[in-house]
Design a protein around this ligand. Structure first.
Ligand code: ADP
Ligand code: MG
Length: 258
């Protein structure tokens, strides 16, 4: 009986529409072809790490997913909604997708708490008290509730990045995109941010993270995707990609970051 239920459950999982689907996506900046037939299907709850040399199209790929950039060919679907010029579709997707950048992008003239409540109040029309309670909940989750009344400039880089994560979570996204969230941080602050992201991953959040933090990739990634020159060159489990690279391009990349 339990086997049957397991089979049903696993069939349901495979039949569920992917959280994110990229189908032969191509993008040019001017005449420069920066994404070449990028296809990627990410399941609900899946954690994907994207790595690759500088300029290989990692940021552009994830920026296309919440339409900070537009692609010219191919299709992108987020939670079953196709990314088009339809403003309502775009609004729906932006509500479901949180993004954290390398540079924390906090509003310097707002307190930590105000940074976290701004979008819930103005975009989600949440009452202020409710938005503040939600913000405190997530500031506790990233373990900096005591910083709520401070301004970003009064915090360390690691603390600012954790505020940026809390701020994104306050919109209750289904999917989180991270673009090299630790690469602007001093080494001693990298761990505190990665620990926060590990916790999120353990909660079952669908995540795409551009990072070269191999330890993080090994701990949380279901899949590692290696990009080079606008293409997905290899992908697999962290063990497959890091221990058994197939292409010279990936071997070269690993030899440079290890
Ligand atoms: P990565 O994140 O892997 O370092 P990017 O996605 O940022 O790579 O960039 C891919 C290519 O697109 C690079 O050659 C980069 O110079 C170029 N590029 C990125 N953003 C822009 C832009 N806004 N205008 C023109 N070229 C861009
Ligand atoms: Mg980048």
């Amino acid at each position: 009986m339990s086997e049957t239920l397991d089979q049903v459950a696993s069939a349901a999982r495979t039949d569920a529409p992917p959280a994110i689907l990229l189908d032969k996506v191509n993008k040019w900046f001017g005449t420069m072809h920066v994404l070449r037939d990028v296809s990627l299907s990410i399941a609900v709850g899946e954690r994907v790490v994207i790595c690759g040399p500088s300029g290989s199209g990692k940021s552009t790929t994830i920026r296309c997913i919440n339409r900070l950039e537009t692609h010219q060919e191919g299709r992108i679907l987020v939670d079953g909604i196709e990314l088009t010029d339809d403003v309502r579709a775009l609004d729906a997707i932006r509500r479901e997708v949180g993004m954290v950048f390398q540079s924390f992008n906090l509003f310097p003239h707002l307190t930590v708490l105000e940074n976290c409540t701004l979008a819930p109040i103005w975009v989600r029309r949440m009452p202020k008290a409710e938005a503040e309670a939600l913000a405190m909940h997530y500031l506790e989750r990233v373990r900096i509730p005591e910083q709520a009344k401070k301004y970003p400039g009064q915090l360390s880089g690691g603390q600012q990045q954790r505020v940026a994560i809390a701020r994104a979570l306050c919109m209750k996204p289904k999917i989180m995109l991270f673009d090299e969230p630790t690469s602007a941080l001093d080494p001693e602050m990298i761990k505190e941010v990665l620990d926060t992201m590990v916790t999120l991953a353990q909660d079952g959040m669908t995540m795409i993270c551009v990072t070269h933090e191999m330890g993080f990739a090994r701990t949380v990634a279901d899949r590692v995707v290696f990009m080079d020159r606008g293409e997905i060159v290899e992908q697999g489990t962290p063990t497959e990609v890091f221990e058994d690279p197939k292409t010279d391009r990936l071997k070269l990349f690993l030899s440079q970051i290890l």
